[in-house]
Design a protein around this ligand. Structure first.
Ligand code: SF4
Length: 317
């Protein structure tokens, strides 16, 4: 454990490092607009910073500049604007949250946690980065930094949040949290951390064996094989609205029970959450019930998953 004096010193070093090296230029750090902060946090959950900053964040804000505009849109419109980002459940949760919280999001952890798709990390990020409250934040980057700083081998989430609470700089909590996040992303990386450039170098208890203190929980994957059929008429493809599961309300190709007799267009591998999929795509000659015909030119705007996009890509050879 660090003494109070050591902890205060480390906190100051961290802030000095952040002032020089931190990513303060990111647009969602330059605003106190809660909707902007919230949107960035949801987008960043599964997508790289550069893609969010350059493409999706400005595009989404242009189309839905505030919670009210988002709440008044149809889910289809939101999916269309989300197209290419994947994990469409995020878009659905954003839309549902906007309808519950217009004109603005609540400012307590308790209320935020009751909203769709907002877990402890996102709630704390909104409170810290958006409302400038003195609360700790733990994401995977911060967890790794704190785990190494305090030499905790595979700590449980509860322990990491307790460490983050005790390590929090209450005077400058927002900058402290952002600095820890950047430190984990830029210096204290999963492999080969550059300890020589780290503001914690002197006090870090795990610096001699950093790999030991950043072990990730092993993901147990489930292997599955899926078969899809593409039924085409002129320049249109038959798609079907999913009524349940991960892709509920989105458009999918016809799922087949087994390999089809028709022409095999191709196969590919795809992974999402805990599933590792092997996908076979066939050209078929049957139209199922309730087909929605989508023009090939409009695939990019349709609410379709990245899996379906890959399958449709086989149409072009
Ligand atoms: S000294 Fe090295 S291991 Fe420790 S927090 Fe800094 S970068 Fe990570």
């Amino acid at each position: 454990m660090l003494s109070t004096k050591q902890r205060n010193g480390v906190q100051q070093n961290l802030l000095a490092w952040y002032e020089k090296e931190g990513r303060d230029h990111l647009p969602w750090r330059q605003t106190d607009n809660i909707y902007h902060v919230y949107l960035s946090e949801i987008m960043l959950q599964q997508t790289q910073v550069s893609r969010v900053m350059d493409e999706y964040y400005p595009r989404f804000l242009k189309r839905f500049p505030d919670l009210k505009a988002l709440s008044e849109a149809t889910l289809e419109e939101v999916f269309s604007c989300w197209s290419g980002l994947g994990y469409y459940r995020r878009a659905k949760n954003l839309h549902a949250t906007s309808q519950l919280t217009t004109p603005t999001l609540p400012d307590t952890m308790k209320e935020l946690l009751e909203l769709p798709g907002i877990g402890k990390y996102t709630a704390s990020a909104i409170c810290s980065f958006g409302y400038n409250q003195s609360v700790s934040v733990v994401d995977t980057n911060i967890a790794r930094v704190l785990g190494r700083l305090y030499a905790k081998e595979t700590p449980k989430d509860k322990e990491l949040w307790e460490i983050a609470d005790s390590f929090l700089n209450h005077v400058e909590a927002r900058s402290h949290n952002l600095a820890l996040m950047d430190l984990g992303s830029m210096i204290c990386t999963p492999k080969n951390p550059t300890c020589k450039s780290c503001p914690f170098e002197e006090e870090c208890l795990g610096k001699n064996e950093p790999e030991l203190y950043s072990q990730k929980k092993k993901t147990l994957y489930i292997d599955k094989t899926l078969y899809y059929g593409i039924f085409q008429r002129d320049d249109k493809v038959a798609m079907y609205r999913s009524e349940s599961g991960m892709y509920k309300d989105m458009l999918e190709l016809k799922e087949l029970d087994a390999k089809a007799e028709g022409e095999l267009l191709g196969t590919f591998k795809h992974a999402y959450t805990k599933y590792r999929l092997e996908v076979y795509v066939y050209k078929i000659d049957m139209e199922g019930d309730k087909a929605v015909w989508i023009d090939k030119e409009k695939f990019a705007e349709a609410p379709i998953s990245s899996l379906t996009t890959k399958a449709l890509g086989l149409l072009n050879g």
